[in-house]
Design a protein around this ligand. Sequence first.
Ligand code: ZN
Length: 501
Amino acid sequence: MNGRVTVFDTTLRDGEQSPGCSMTPVEKVRLARQLDHLGVDVVEAGFPAASPGERESVRAVAAEVSCSVAALCRTREEDIRHAAAALADAARPRIHTFIATSDLHLAHKLRISRDEALRQAVAAVRFALTFFPDVEFSAEDASRSDYGFLRDVVAAVHEAGATTVNVPDTVGYALPEEYGATFSRLARDVPGVTLSAHCHDDLGLAVANSIAAVRNGARQVEVTINGVGERAGNTSLEEFVMALKVRGELLSLATGVKTEEIVRTSHLLSSITGIWPQPNKAVVGRNAFAHEAGIHQHGVLANPLTYEIMTPASVGASESHLVLGKHSGKHAVEARLRGLGLYLSKDEVESVTARVKELADRKKFVWDEDLLTLVSCVPDRRVRLVRYQVLSGNDLMTMATVEVEVDGDRRSGSSTGNGPLDATLKACDAALGLDVELLELTTRAVTGGKDALAEVVVKVRHGEAEATGHAASTDSIEAALKSYLSALGAARTSALEAAAA
Ligand SMILES: [Zn+2]
C-alpha cells in the first residue's frame, strides 16, 4: 500500500442537513459510538454556533468516542469559541473552520474581497490553534474558485498551521479528471500540505471525484453513511471504502474502516431516521447482493467470483437472525443489541426489553429489524396517544375519536374523514386544537409477514416549524398517529429552542 487515507465522517453534520435526517442528541451519540466502532478516523459532530441543541449534541458526542471529533465553524471568533467549548471533553478535538473562496460566493454571499477572505481564513486558523493543535480549514466552493487564489489560500492557511486543508466540491459540479488535476497542482504548489476531498453527488460523481482526489494526492476524504447529505448527498462511505478495498491492486490505498461493520452502521442510521437507501444502492441496498437472473445464480453457486466482486460477508450483510420472543431476558436483548452496533445504557436496555415483550404479545417473532425499529421509535412522553377508535368501511362514513395526553393533560377529539388515516389525524388535530399541515407520510413494513411492524415517518408543518416524527406498531393506524404526535412534540420543542437561541 502506498498510503493511508483518513476517513472523515460527516453523517452527523452534512448528513444531518438532508431533509428528514435530523437527529436528537441521544441518537447522535448512538450513531457516533457505532462510527467509532466502524473505524472512521474523524467524526464531524455538528455546527455548534447553530443552536444550543447543536452544542449539546457536539458536547455529548465529544465526551463519548475515542476517535477525533470535529466541530464546524465559520471564521468568526464567536463561532470558533462555540466550537472549542463544545469540544472541551473530546479525546482528540479538531476545529474545522471554513470560508468560501469562489468569486461567486465572495461577491454575492459574503460581499467581501479576495484579500479579505484570505485575511479571515488565516486569522481563523491562528485563533483556532490557540485552543487545540488540530485545525482543519475548508475553502468552500473550491472547485469553482480561481486556481491562483485557491492556491494562495491553501498556502497561507498551511503556513498558518492548519493540519488539514479541505478542497470541497461544495455544489457537486466537478468532473473527476478536473477535480483530480486540482489536487495534483495543489500538492505540487504547496509542498507538505495534507489535502482533503469533500464531494457532493449532484451529478452522481461524488465517489468518482473522491477517488480522483486520492489518486492525485488527497489523504483525507469526507464521507457520510448511505451518502446522505445536502441535496443529492455526499460521498458515500461504503462505496468509497469498498472501491479502495476491492481495487486495492490498482489504487494501493488503505483506510482504517472495518468493512464488516458497514451494513450494521447503514441499518443503524436508517432505523434512526426512518429513511432507507433505495434497494439498488451500491454496497448497502437490499438488492446489492441479490442475484436474480438464473444464469447469474448458477454462476455464483458454481463459483462466487463469476458475478461477485466482493462477498456479502465482507461488508457484514448476512441473513436476518431469528432472535427474541416473550421469554427473552435483558441479557439476551443486550447481546443482540450489541450485535446490531447498539451500545445502550442499563436503563435503555431495560426499557427496550419491556417493549420486546410487549411486541412479542402481538407478533410471533421479534427479528433484528424489529429490534432496531423499537430502539429508534421511542414514544414521545410529552404528547402521548392514550387511545383511538375508528369506524371505517368502503360503504360507510369513516368516523374517528382520538384521546391524547399533553404534558399530563388529557384531551379528546372526533372527526370524519376520507378513510381511517385521514379521520384519525383530523381527530388528533381536533383534540389538540391545532392546525397542522401534513407534508409527507411514508409507511414501511419492517419485515415480511402479515403481523409485521409498520414503521411510519411523517413530516409536518405547524406555523413556522417543520418537524418529522417516527413511530412503529403492528397496527399501522396507531403507528401513524404516534408518528404524527411525535412530530408535533418535536415541532413544539424546536419552536421553544428557537425562542431560547
Ligand atoms: Zn458539504
